[in-house]
Design a protein around this ligand. Structure first.
Ligand code: C2O
Length: 584
């Protein structure tokens, strides 16, 4: 029994979500479908967003704060039957659904109970813009100190726009160890549908504990640099062939696939999220057409497709009309491209099962996969398919353009690292950058990789990827406008669809390619810009974008940030922190 809907029964103002159940129904037939909106506190016109019909402009004032309480701890989990030491949120992974209406505030208190060994932590809200709350962005060494073992920290964030996203730990590669979950914001929609099927995570899955994988990836033994994933999951469920286990780890076959129920004739909204550590995923449903309606937080002109591409961190909302027979069953597929250089997967084919009205729970569908072409650029779906529904023309005269070259190399100590303009990122947990900039100190350590854009209005960044690996680039605090992309050098003039360019928060920087992005610098702060492959991030593929330091200087950072740093500094006085990677 999932209890998160309890909040809709409570009154106005402060709402506490009871999300402590260790039983995770995600991917089970009893998982609740989602409402069109949470029904408390409707504004005039019967909806929480009142008369607003499009999710454009500033969010409505709802007067609601939704509260969640998260306990982080170690535990074991076996989502595919293989028993793994994991990191859990309230005893489960993925963590509980956070949901809210457009305009609500959300307060999440994280208790760090990760012990044996201890780890710091921090929680990030992927794609949340954090206007006026940059200190709640959840990047340790940037917006806060890590949450010290044994202490708690409360994030206060605003649901600034409707859509689908996820939250995940941003401390080392902890999210690959289990610290992530779904986050849905209800709001006006540009498309109609009958039933919201809720979040659907598609992801690779690694049987080894994240810390050991990171140690190998950033280590000096070249034979252990490339780490293949063990499985591919849909909503954190999959089967695994336990005869492959040779080290005696407990494992049971047929752990079970995720299942969904369709009613013939209804149209479903599926909220797809790629939460992988390393893999690109193609999503498809046998015998069905997807109508793709959003890309990350951006509503797009609906288009039909047989599959949709999700790089790590990407979301896609798709509508699917149930046109099969009432007793039919079909495979839903999460497929990793198991070819160089897009993914490295021992089991690249994830499946789940859609059961129609009267289909028996144990129905086995026929195999009828849609073909997916090989694409060694590992790119997102073509830009001419994904057209924002609400256009924002490109400003063709950026006030500053910065070129950044990413290089893969073996450094003097024999470790494999990424350098951005010859500097591999390294987090200084004890001196976060936003509070430092707020104190007026703009002299940063080289390894903090801070790019200070001053008071420039329109910032353009030209990324060059000088290596054979793909890099799904994720910018915090903004959607990136995609100015141009392609192999080799950018000619400096080619721009893509300037009257209505694509914008989103994760876009692939392909092997040996350029990616040109731009944003209007209207959100002062220090913002992460990094490759979302967890292992590449560990290797230093990370920069910070400092926007409007004069306004950062004037911010009133809540005292909780300072208290968090005091707790961390006290902790680090008598504990050694095992910072084996770049830290973020
Ligand atoms: Cu999904 Cu820097 O994060």
């Amino acid at each position: 029994m999932v209890k998160v809907n309890v909040i809709s029964l409570l009154g106005l103002g402060s709402l506490r979500c009871v999300a402590g159940s260790a039983i995770n129904t995600l991917g089970m037939l009893e998982a609740p479908t989602l409402p069109k909106f949470l029904t408390n506190n409707p504004l005039p016109d019967g909806k929480p967003w009142g008369k607003l019909t499009s999710p454009v402009g500033s969010a409505p004032t709802t007067g609601v704060t939704r509260r969640y309480d998260f306990m982080f701890s170690r535990g074991v989990s076996s989502p595919d039957g293989f028993q793994k030491d994991s990191l859990l949120i309230n005893g489960q992974s993925p963590g509980p659904l956070i949901h809210a209406n457009w305009g609500d505030w959300i307060e999440i208190t994280v208790h760090n109970n990760i012990t044996n060994p201890d780890e710091g932590t921090a929680l990030h809200w992927h794609g949340f813009l954090q206007h006026n709350t940059p200190w709640s962005d959840g990047v340790p060494s940037v917006s806060q100190c890590p949450i010290a073992p044994g202490s708690s920290y409360t994030y206060r964030i605003r649901a600034e726009r409707p859509g689908t996203t996820w939250y995940h730990a941003h401390y080392s590669a902890q999210y690959a160890g289990g610290l992530y979950g779904p986050l849905v914001v209800y709001g006006p929609s540009h498309v109609d549908y009958d039933v919201d099927l809720g979040p659907i995570f598609v992801s690779d899955y690694f049987h080894r504990e994240y810390f050991h994988i990171v140690a190998d990836v950033v280590g000096t033994n070249a034979t252990r640099w490339g780490q293949p994933s063990d499985n591919t999951m849909i909503n954190a469920r999959a089967n695994f062939n336990c005869s492959l286990v040779t080290d005696g780890t407990p494992c049971h076959n047929n752990a079970g696939l995720s299942k969904f129920r369709f009613r013939k004739g209804k149209t479903y909204r599926l909220r797809l999220i790629n939460s992988s550590a390393g893999g690109l995923v193609y999503f498809s449903i046998d015998n069905h057409t997807l109508q793709v309606v959003s890309a990350d937080f951006v509503p797009i002109k609906p288009y039909n497709a047989t599959y949709v591409t999700l790089n790590i961190g990407n979301r896609a909302d798709v509508l699917v009309t149930a046109a099969g027979d009432k007793d039919a069953a079909f495979y839903m597929r999460a497929t990793q491209p198991n070819y160089f250089p897009c993914a490295r997967a021992n089991q690249p084919n994830g499946t789940a099962i859609i059961l129609y009205d009267s289909a028996a729970e144990n129905s086995i569908p026929a195999e009828n996969p849609h073909p997916i072409p090989v694409d060694t650029t590992c790119s997102n779906d073509p830009l001419n398919l994904t057209i924002p529904y609400y256009p924002e023309p490109l400003n063709r005269q950026p006030s500053v353009t910065r070129q950044i070259v990413a290089t893969l190399l073996v450094n003097a100590t024999g470790n494999q690292v990424y350098e951005m303009d010859n500097s591999s990122f390294h987090a200084n947990y004890n001196n976060p950058l936003l509070p430092q900039a707020n104190r007026g100190n703009l002299t940063f350590e080289r390894q903090s990789n801070v790019y200070n854009f001053g008071s420039n209005q329109t910032v353009r960044i030209v990324f060059y990827n000088n290596n054979q690996a793909p890099h799904p680039m994720h910018l915090h605090g903004y959607d990136m406008t995609i100015v141009s992309l392609g192999p080799g050098q950018w000619d400096g003039t080619t721009v893509f669809r300037p009257d209505n360019p694509m914008r989103r928060d994760v876009q692939m920087l392909s092997p040996f390619s350029h990616l040109v992005v731009q944003f209007e610098a209207n959100n002062p702060g220090v913002w992460a810009f990094h490759c979302h492959i967890a292992w590449h991030l560990s290797m230093g593929f990370y920069i910070n974008v400092l926007v409007r330091p004069d306004e950062v200087r004037r911010m009133q950072i809540p005292s909780a940030t300072k208290r968090g740093c005091d707790a961390w500094s006290k902790y680090t006085k008598d504990h050694t922190v095992q910072q084996i990677d770049d830290g973020a």
